[in-house]
Design a protein around this ligand. Sequence first.
Ligand SMILES: [Fe+2]
Length: 383
Amino acid sequence: MTTERAPRVRIGAPNELVLERGDGRIEPLHPLWLRERCRDPESIDLRTQQRLQDPSDFDLSLRVTALSQPAPGMFQVTFSDGHQGSFSAADILEEAALAPGSHDSPAARFWDGSLTALPRARWRAAPSDDELASWLESFLTYGFIIFAGVPSEPGTVLKVGAQFGFTRETNFGALFNVRSTPDANDLAYTSIALDPHTDNPYRTPVPGIQLLHCLVNETSGGLSTLVDGFAVAQALRTAEPEAFRILSTTPVRFKYIDTDTELTASAPPIELDVTGELKSIHFSPRLDFVPLLPRAELEGYYRARRSFDHRLRAPDFEIRFLLGDGDLVMFDNCRLLHGRTGFDPAEGLRHLQGCYIDIDGPRSLYRVLRRRRAQAGDVRRSA
Ligand SMILES: [Fe+2]
């Protein structure tokens, strides 16, 4: 068995700081890349950590003119513009390890219908940092978490949402009630089954995270369903690359209309980031309108959509669970699709309350907790 060495930063050529990756690859650290990372009071405002200079003004042919290692793990660099910067190897390694587009948070673990150990936790209004960090880790890894024991008091979903990020208010209000009503302005407010979909693809940006809190469920149906859209997209990419290409490059118009609102937005059903990685799923077959394309392209699109949709609805990828009184599910609306089985409103009440929060709240909180716990660890070690 071969174990890869930990990466390290070291002095290479006389005027060159190099990154030696674990697999032995050597990468010189570009002088401008380093210069932009100077942390001294001349370069940044120490309170906000924001730059005091526009790095575009640095000399494009900047060089390292002197290099020393005053202490283990620390490097002092003199640049050709006369500036001197001190760098911690650990800091440089941490940043160099980030892949382009990385969110610096736990990597997504794709799942399918065989997932049986669902990420669950008992809700506590004042969790410890460790508890909160473990909830966030589950959420960021699986794209969802189910809480039990959330007080069945109307409005509590907003308090839970506020624990993780900022509420995204919409034309449905800060909070929306999901129960069957006779004059429903959305199919969610009926008792029919809902196939997997992402919410509100007609908004820019789409609501990043949805929370659904069950106040009461007296029906035997109405099971909640979730599908990992990234896992399905990945399966499509492997099995039908052409369908994947079409769905990741065809902008589809989504539309919502009622008396006071008319929202439209365009996005490909499978949105990729600039590095080609999965960024967001936009899928709601009741609301999508493909533009009028040449016949052959349209036929390709329809074939691709059918294949993706059938995979999304297949039991191989879907999980089902009952949200009982006091349960709350929080899920990533950019990655997961959600739905529900139909129910008979004559059996009794089924009342859920929902809200949206921005996608970056849990990631921010995760990083803050990591920093706080690391600092606490440092304090404990030095005490
Ligand atoms: Fe929905």
